[in-house]
Design a protein around this ligand. Sequence first.
Ligand SMILES: Cc1ncc(C[n+]2csc(CCOP(=O)(O)OP(=O)(O)O)c2C)c(N)n1
Length: 566
Amino acid sequence: MKNYVDGGEAILEAFRKLKIDYILSSPGSEWSPVWEALVRQKLGNRNGPAYIDCWHETLAVNMATGYTLMTGRPQAVLVHAGVGLLQAGMGIHGALQAEVPMVVMSGESHTLGENPELDIEPQWYGGLSVGGTERFVDNITKWSRQVTSPHTLYETVIRAGEMAQRTPMGPIYLNVALEHMLHDWSPPANDRDVPFAPRVQAHPSEVEKVAGLLLKAKNPIVVAEHAGRDPAAFQALVELADLLAVPVTWGRAANYANFPTDHPLYLGVASYDHLKDADLILLVGGRAPWYPPHVRPGRGKIVAINDNQFKGHMIYQNLHADLYLEGDIAASLQALAQAARAAKVAADPVKKRREKWTAAHDTFVAGLKAEKVKARSGNGKAIDPLALVATLGEVMPADTIYVDETITHGQTLRQHLPFTAPQTFFRGFGGLGQGIGTALGIKLAARERPVALLVGDGGFLYNPVIQALGASKQHGLPILIVVFNNRKYLAMEKGHIHHYPDGAAESARMHLGSRLDGPDYDALGSHFGFHGERVVEPGKLKAALQTAMQKVQDGSTAILNVLLSR
Ligand SMILES: Cc1ncc(C[n+]2csc(CCOP(=O)(O)OP(=O)(O)O)c2C)c(N)n1
């Protein structure tokens, strides 16, 4: 056996130095140098990243995204040439929007059989090498380039991993020539352990300004849009809110659990009516908080607290910020809490405020309860979406991680499911079809916690379902999949009626682009021995969910196909 020390080893060594846990890959013939290095790693009992083969590139990227959302640590994704990269594109675009760091690589040949000393396979000449695959993903990555030579390969990969973690975090793409990977490589004489990106904190003078406003405010309120992605920020927000009795509403486009839904200062999702009388609004992790964007939510000053305020991937934003607190969100919130503690705030106004908002919380919760009762007391023939959400809330364990890929049911489940701890709710960015992969990546990072994907029937069909179920089986990642099956792309119908309320389609009840005669979703797992059940009757829902959860706890993915009234 010959031990090659080549570009493949350089890449794997760079991944080891970046403390990458997983290489998620969908194969291509450029990757034999890395596979050689991985086998050498295994035979030599060396520590290093584990290799996960995926049957689809979107799945590979989505699993990396899910894993990083849970752990905060970037992973590596290897796909094939330009073609695999294009398949990966949906996931890469989602990772850019979600600001998830990762290193994505694919390769092509530069010599194309013209170097008599290097026998490159003919497929590269046939169209696989396009001459600059990085152009395919230039505007859906944070940075994308060719690796310039075998001599720069190692440090380029290290730099990509380091750059991906910097604000704004995002996917970095490297196009690496097969020839560079086959080339001899000399490990650097002075290699180093690569540190994770440090936390970058707002300047104390800025904290002081905002703390001054907060301590003076009589009626402050927090709008938390993406604050809870970092569990430390979730906790820091609870601490700050508690300290000063500041109520919290999740933002209208919250993609993470931002504040415990059972906290007496929690006011719900997008409960913006309360903002009208606020004299200070702390917008934490804001991206697209107000709609329409030009409408300011109240007269109070708005302080935007975020690490990356202006999203390059968005065409337009209007945050209405009067002040900014920039840098790590958790650090900013902790600094504000520290300032509040040091100021020794008068107890009486805080007590009064707490009473007022606790009463508002109780009223809000009573309203939710009444809505649930109503949804369950329908005509008993069909399952109301809210009845499904209510049953999930009752049956699922408190530490369940929900991944949401529903459309018209999204607001209902955000409002009604209990999210009492950080990292209990994730909604992806970008196009439909990424939910199962994200859920599997989350499960890979949190094997001890139940993971439930909630997905519309339309959304489900955009996913690489068979490939994802295969990954679940192969890598021991059991999840619960609940299909919110209304036999429609309902959003399309609603959108059509919105613009043409009295048009031809609505008059004839002929909505093109909305009908969906899907397969038996519950049967799709049978190829892998997975449990599945179709649920039609409201009275059978709870037992079906309990059985499905038991199957998941026993190690099998389960698909509940729930037929809904709307
Ligand atoms: C990849 C991709 N293609 C198309 C769309 C457009 N789209 C947005 S919502 C939607 C309908 C989804 O249907 P379903 O998941 O059943 O949810 P419902 O509208 O019925 O609530 C479609 C097709 C999209 N978001 N992503």
